[in-house]
Design a protein around this ligand. Structure first.
Ligand code: OGA
Ligand code: MN
Length: 288
């Protein structure tokens, strides 16, 4: 196996024989590379769903997303098809939400998913590149005075906030749906993980900074997001059919360049459960 660096702070290309993918020593090396590189590309490895699930299980505990993800095909076994194709997805909001910077699973009260895995099954003509930004690098490279100013802050994350870019006026039925599906979560802005590594927790779901006015908090969040999205900290993946990409959801945010809903673009996704909780439900703090 060979792993090539893409950029100093982010990106790795993994050359491995598909037959070796689930060997314990290979999995261990991929895990280490995921910590170091954030996003890993396996060019044109063409995994079947069964092969992707086998690798997912070799890597960690799989999150059963198919039963949870709106519009997903519940007959598929833990493989969530990311597509805007109306035949497969009757509730496309969550996929349109991927066009904006986000972290997966932030508004669910469970350990933050460790890694997301996507296989490119069908590409769109225009657009459809997936972009990743290292929020580890964004924290590390922040000037010291700015680090001190923000390291104690707490942020309220809401699913509805990540859906606001989809509407001029959000229909009440949608708002109620988002509120019923997710929790308001209180997360640290700067997350210190068990191994001591720190990352910024950003994305469209980050809605309000505790102790700040709404405009002050949102301005800071948007400035930090711009900082984190600078070219040095980001990698944009130009997909080829059969590419498999995995990323460290605990230290990266991601988004996709808009693509035509009728293009049939389809990505097959599996998710690895994390071991650490990022924060707590807001109501658990308010009740205390
Ligand atoms: C995801 C996601 C981006 C893409 O699967 O969580 O954000 O490129 N996908 O489809
Ligand atoms: Mn996502």
């Amino acid at each position: 196996m060979k792993i090539e660096k893409v950029k100093e702070h982010i990106g790795g290309i993994v050359h491995v024989d598909k037959a070796d993918l689930c060997k314990p020593e290979v999995v261990a090396e991929i895990k280490a590379a995921l910590e170091d590189r954030g996003a890993l590309v396996f060019p044109q490895i063409h995994l079947t769903d069964a092969e992707q699930l086998a690798f997912t299980d070799a890597f960690g505990e799989r999150v059963n997303f198919t039963k949870q993800a709106p519009g997903s095909d519940v007959t598929a076994d833990d493989v969530y098809k990311i597509t805007l194709d109306r035949k497969f997805n009757q509730e496309p909001d969550y996929v349109y939400g991927t066009w904006f910077w986000h972290v997966d699973g932030v508004t669910i009260d469970q350990p933050l998913p460790k890694a997301t895995m996507l296989s490119a099954r069908k590409l769109s003509g225009e657009g459809g590149q997936t972009e990743f930004a290292s929020t580890f690098a964004a924290w590390e490279q922040l000037p010291e005075d700015q680090k001190r100013a923000i390291e104690h802050l707490k942020v309220i994350h809401r699913l509805e906030a990540s859906m606001r870019p989809l509407y001029v006026e959000m229909p009440e039925e949608r708002l109620n749906r988002y509120r019923s599906m997710a929790r308001e979560m209180l997360h640290p802005l700067v997350w210190t993980q068990i191994d001591g590594r720190k990352s910024l927790v950003l994305g469209t779901h980050a809605d309000e900074i505790v102790g700040m006015s709404i405009p002050e908090g949102r301005s800071l969040l948007s400035r930090l997001t711009e900082w984190a999205a600078q070219p040095d900290f980001t990698y944009r993946h130009e997909w080829q059919e059969g590419d498999f990409v995995i990323w460290n959801n605990c230290g990266l945010m991601h988004r996709v360049v808009p693509y035509d809903a009728d293009s049939g673009r389809s990505m097959h996704r599996t998710t690895i459960m994390g071991t650490e909780r990022l924060g707590v439900p807001l109501e658990s703090v308010q009740a205390a």
